[in-house]
Write a protein that binds this ligand. Sequence first.
Ligand code: WT7
Length: 654
Amino acid sequence: MSTTSIDSLLHEIRRFAPDPAFSAAAVAQPELYDRARADRLGFWAEQARALDWTTPFTETLDWSNPPVARWFGDGALNVAYNCLDRHVEAGNGDRVAIHWEGEPGDSRSITYAELTREVKKAANVLAGLGVGQGDRVAIYLPLIPEAVIAMLAVARLGAIHSVIFGGFSAESIRARVEDADAKLVITADGGWRKGKVFPLKHAVDTALAAAETSVEHVLVVRRGENDVEWDDARDLWWHEQMASASEEHEAQGFEAENPLFILYTSGTTGKPKGILHTSGGYLTQAAYTHRAVFDLKPETDVYWCTADVGWITGHSYVVYGPLANGATQVLYEGTPETPHPGRWWEIIEKYKVSIFYTAPTAIRSFMKAGREIPLAHDLSSLRLLGSVGEPINPEAWVWYREIIGGGTTPIVDTWWQTETGAIMISALPGVTTTKPGSAQVPIPGISVDVLDEDGSHVGLDSGGLLVVTEPWPSMLRGIWGDPERFAETYWSKFADAPNGPLYFAGDGAHLDVDGDVWLLGRVDDVMNVSGHRLSTMEIESALVSHPIVAEAAVVGASDETTGQAVVAYVILRSKKAKSVTAAEASQMLRAHVAEQIGAIARPREVFIVTELPKTRSGKIMRRLLRDIAEGREIGDTTTLTDTTVVTVIRETSR
Ligand code: WT7
């Protein structure tokens, strides 16, 4: 058995062909693939021309100095103008841009005309505080309309935003504000989460007290109405500044490669990387993918992506993609289970959401809570569902389609990363016959491959490392302040390919007999058991396919005989598992995995637990589980949502 191939032993045979009526009316038609294949750069130029340019570009791509890419380099545009003013000028000012729901039940619907006016005022406020092209502005806000307004106001001025997720700590703020040398911080007094106000400004105060930076002002939105400390020389209320700001602001064009934002991503080790994105190429691909992958009909659809703007999904598929396309969308401040477990479904019913985009971790937690909760709501407005963030287990995929999608909606499983800026691999609804668990095919205009360690194409029915073989418009342009780490992390592994370096995504992938891509998780989540490389994800899927299992996490723990052994942590479904003991469940599940995948994958241990350690973005922290499985001191837990989980798991698994 080759040690460079990743064995994919889980066979998923269900297929879902597109509905002919959906296909006939779909935004993306099959010929999109042909057009992109025939003239890739011409295809991207055509997508870019769907935007409004103050100076049209003549050069599509300059890749003469890889890994530095310049897309539409001699063109100029204003990103905020493309998301706002142009819709108003086209007569769509009365269309709702954002239906916002606050967690406590307050709500606001904001039209494109109103959003444009607010952003113009905010741009004037920021300009008055000295923010101009290239300056960095840190944004640390709850999911309220002001978060979107602030991002667009920064973009309108040609400045660079760095959004910091509202769940991050003062220490994370300090590190990010320092790294980017931010001039201004925009925050709120507090935000709502799980029925309570959590303080935000307080965290900013703590961060700035410790930071060696040049922050001149802190602009504070009033949301939580909690008490805050005030520094008269530094702090300003957003509503006071906005009240006196002019509504006139003419958007100026900035060159296509003008930086738009920095977004920090943790990576597996080391300090967070400030992923840098620029304007023209980023907006082109965010808008195009949002249209084509979500089949957007801006006149009639109500779109909802549940991500926070603190993550890349919120940047590309809450702010830039949907607004560039003139979509109507829902924005919800709080958690899915506040004040009751059906809150999301209630919102879908209320606004008649037609396109819904969320993460597998959310889907699995709804599966765990039981289908009665969504089924108590009218979800018949939904016509398309999306998934992002990690591989979706086939069982969760099928549940999503059956229970949320009424057994009819197409599902798009979209693979991409903070670094790629926008969707790269996904089915096209109405075109692709979908396979639960597989992201399937690169979208038109994107080329990927799966390679072995030596850089050779692995061929069909084999696994290896996922690479992107051609530059793409929304690719990261660098790591803020660290060009060497940029070149080293992403472009050095396959640097000698004939047409320039290939982008190494850090994910394992399997190509099936049809050439469809199955993502197998980060490369460091791949185990080696007796010389067989196994995906943690496939074993998790096998576990979750058992009726008593709600959620599973698998890690490779070092083992004297096999190199690594499979160790599983499993949460049971309370109802289905009520008559089995933990020992019986664990025995049954070991046998079940052996049966589903093969004896090689049978877990050495299956621990029944009540919770799994997750990062704030919902990813299972396998590293911690590996520490526990191997009986080590537990490593860094700063990004964990609930640190007590680790202690509980350790106690139950000893
Ligand atoms: C990593 C990127 C893309 C926005 C959210 C996460 C994993 C993401 C999928 C998917 C399998 C996926 C990959 C990737 N991932 N989407 N549909 N199927 N894996 O952004 O935090 O930059 O994480 O998430 O491992 O490398 P991110």
